[in-house]
Write a protein that binds this ligand. Structure first.
Ligand code: AMP
Ligand code: MN
Ligand code: MN
Ligand code: MN
Length: 307
């Protein structure tokens, strides 16, 4: 411990505080991506890498698709690793994009798949618009270029970023986002995803637990965060991703306090997208701060390996 109530858990290292709590927490990674959306590893390679990193419970949570789940489920057979089928849904709330994880969803649920199909259409429309906007700035054939990096159905800004880096418009993916793909930049297109109520309806219908992903990333004021959490709870939301690969130590502590105040379960996930920068490694996560109730203690959490 270092006085903040948090401790860094190095990749694959199992720690224990005598009660076994530490060891348990470092082995859950409940947010990751495969090449079915904008990750670079195929689902089987992702599973192998998670296993090698010491993760015992892994959620595959691709953006707006369930397509990677069957391959991941095959890949865990025979490994001492439990797979939580998941998804990360793009939601529009108060004209902002908020990501909501559905953990432990049925991979073949019709309501959820139909809903996600709508989002894939929005993505295809947006990709065309991004291509047009970039063409206006003299960057030709970006849609086709981004398409070459896509391995599944989902077309994401990440694929455009890979194309723009390859074509020499920027030095890194991070750089490309800053210069081209965020609000106010030439390749940014605002899109209308799905409402919070509908997204949570799909997740609940599929038997899943809705969790707000990386809540500190939205840079919300205190009152707006309160409102988001209130509406999320009212719509059936149950969890907040307190520990995230994109949260600082202070953000983690802040979200832990929000979680306790609003009686939400706490989740933890790396948001791994592949071995390239800037992503953190699988399972390389801080432990949940004291007083948070882990989402794996929810009644409907499935039986997973004893970790
Ligand atoms: P999309 O859902 O298609 O709008 O793309 C959002 C994805 O872009 C996120 O899930 C991240 O994977 C990636 N992303 C967003 N911002 C950045 C950034 N600054 N650097 C690298 N990747 C980013
Ligand atoms: Mn992503
Ligand atoms: Mn996200
Ligand atoms: Mn993610």
């Amino acid at each position: 411990m270092n006085g903040t109530g948090l401790r860094e858990i190095p990749q694959g290292q199992r720690e224990t505080d005598g009660s076994g709590t530490m060891e348990k927490m470092c082995c859950y990674d409940l947010h990751s991506h495969s090449s079915a959306s904008d990750g670079t590893l195929d689902p089987a390679s992702l599973v192998e890498k998670a296993h090698a990193a010491g993760v015992a419970v892994l959620a595959l949570t691709d953006h707006d698709t369930l397509d990677g789940l069957a391959e991941a489920a095959q890949a865990v057979l025979g490994l001492d690793l439990s797979l939580i089928p998941g998804v990360e849904i793009s939601v529009t709330w108060q004209a902002m994009t908020i990501h909501v994880l559905g953990l432990n969803v049925e991979p073949d649920n019709q309501v959820l798949s139909d809903g996600l199909q709508e989002l894939q259409k929005v993505r295809d429309w947006r990709a065309g618009e991004i291509g047009r906007k970039l063409a206006d700035k003299g960057i030709a054939a970006a849609l086709e270029g981004a398409g070459r990096f896509r391995k599944g159905k989902i077309l994401s800004r990440t694929h455009f970023a890979h194309f723009l880096v390859e074509a020499g418009y920027a030095a890194s993916v991070r750089d490309v986002f800053k210069r081209f793909l965020v609000k106010g930049k030439p390749g940014y297109v605002r899109s209308e995803w799905v409402s919070m109520q509908r997204a949570l309806g799909w997740i609940r219908q599929a038997g899943g637990l809705p969790v707000i992903a990386h809540p500190a990333r939205y840079r919300l004021t205190r009152s707006k965060l309160k409102r988001l959490v209130g509406e999320f709870r009212e719509a059936g939301g149950v969890g907040l991703e307190v520990v995230s690969g994109s949260h600082s130590r202070d953000e983690t502590l802040h979200m832990a306090a929000v979680c306790r105040e609003h009686r939400l379960f706490a989740s933890c996930g790396s948001d791994y997208h592949g071995p390239e920068k800037p992503w953190v490694e699988l399972g390389r996560l801080r432990r949940l701060p004291d007083g948070c109730i882990p989402i794996w203690e929810a009644d409907s959490w499935p039986p997973t390996l004893a970790v």
